[in-house]
Design a protein around this ligand. Structure first.
Ligand SMILES: NC(=O)c1ccc[n+]([C@@H]2O[C@H](COP(=O)([O-])OP(=O)(O)OC[C@H]3O[C@@H](n4cnc5c(N)ncnc54)[C@H](O)[C@@H]3O)[C@@H](O)[C@H]2O)c1
Length: 313
């Protein structure tokens, strides 16, 4: 008989960076549903506070903590603030990340440093401060989940973004090797293309292409990461460390020789794909069309797709 209490997070104290919207908000919500109290850590105070209030409305403790994850003093103060409120820290999801579009022949050094500063240095600074906190507690243990990307494995954006995510995967392995002796698990999750504000400007034609190239047949939603997040945060994964859990509906299987025409409809239809995206855009104050698209959220993404696919977003 399976022991489902393995997945129970009741009484656990968690933080999620970049938790205001998108994947971070989804992970925060998943941890709260499994029983954890959650700190939402973000640059965006207005939206982050709303997300924390939503978690509180559903019966868990939550707070917003303003922090730029690429700044060491802010990261140290953030962990201290979470512990001041919750008394301890058990779970950390290091999710805050950015992408800057641009071909590598012209990519600015300043932009390279920004991407690396948030995605790689920010994740490392958070993991370090979180591990220091785990070592101060009794019993000494903890769960760190870094949000990497399938971009660590495939080539789909640019050198800065893809290299930053590949580095997060390898950093995760190294930290896992070092901190296993302290009962600290360090793993990462690698999603594929998700409908979050980062992709709110992705046009319908591209979403359809993603569906066609994804064996599970739909574009990923934050909800599709809930199981992975709860697994890696809970006792169910106590013997799993240094792992990169690919949650991509099979997209990176590169199944272009396999017929991807479907025998049955996908579990999730196009309308359901955008439920959280629309909620996030409401929270951020953006309008959107029936498909949850607003080219103005990331005009550079909309323009890049227009150039590549020759259609209006
Ligand atoms: N959306 C995707 O398709 C996708 C796919 C794979 C991996 N990812 C990764 O998942 C993570 C979240 O992506 P998303 O799509 O939800 O992004 P998003 O842009 O929709 O949301 C990111 C959140 O992080 C916050 N943030 C940005 N920089 C920060 C900083 N320096 N300090 C603190 N907070 C900061 C933003 O304010 C925002 O609330 C990122 O690491 C991203 O690279 C995204």
């Amino acid at each position: 008989m399976a022991d489902l209490s393995l997945f129970d997070l009741t009484g656990k104290k968690a933080l999620v960076t970049g938790g205001a919207v998108g994947i971070g908000r989804g992970c925060a919500w998943a941890l709260a549903q499994a029983g954890a109290d959650v700190a939402i850590v973000d640059l965006d105070e207005t939206t982050g506070t709303k997300t924390a209030e939503e978690i509180k409305d559903r019966g868990r403790d939550a707070l917003f903590v303003a922090c730029d994850v690429s700044d060491k003093p802010q990261v140290q103060a953030m962990v201290a603030r979470v512990v001041q409120r919750f008394g301890r820290l058990d779970i950390a999801v290091n999710n805050a990340g950015i992408g800057i579009l641009g071909g590598d022949e012209q990519f600015a050094l300043e932009d390279w440093n920004k991407v690396m500063g948030v995605n790689l240095t920010g994740t490392w600074l958070c993991a370090q401060a979180e591990a220091q906190q785990f070592l101060r507690q009794q019993p000494i243990e903890g769960k760190i989940i870094n949000i990497a990307s399938m971009s660590a494995t495939i080539s789909n954006c640019n050198a800065a973004y893809n290299a930053s995510k590949a580095a997060v995967v390898q950093m995760t392995r190294m930290l896992a090797a070092q901190w296993g002796r302290c009962n600290i698990n360090v793993n990462c999750i690698s999603p594929s293309y998700l409908l979050t504000p980062m992709h709110a400007s992705t046009p319908v034609v591209v979403r359809q292409r993603i569906r066609e190239l994804t064996p599970m047949g739909h574009v990923q939603r934050p909800e599709d990461l809930f199981g992975a997040a709860i697994f890696l945060a809970s006792a169910a994964s106590n013997f799993v460390t240094g792992h990169d859990l690919m949650v991509d509906g099979g997209h990176t299987l590169n199944a272009w020789l396999v017929p991807l025409s479907r025998d049955v409809p996908p579990r999730v239809g196009p309308e359901e794909e955008t439920v959280q995206l629309k909620h996030d855009l409401d929270a951020l104050g953006f309008d959107y069309d029936a498909d949850g698209i607003n080219p103005d959220v990331h005009p550079e993404v909309a323009n890049a797709f227009k150039a590549a696919f020759g259609s209006d977003p």
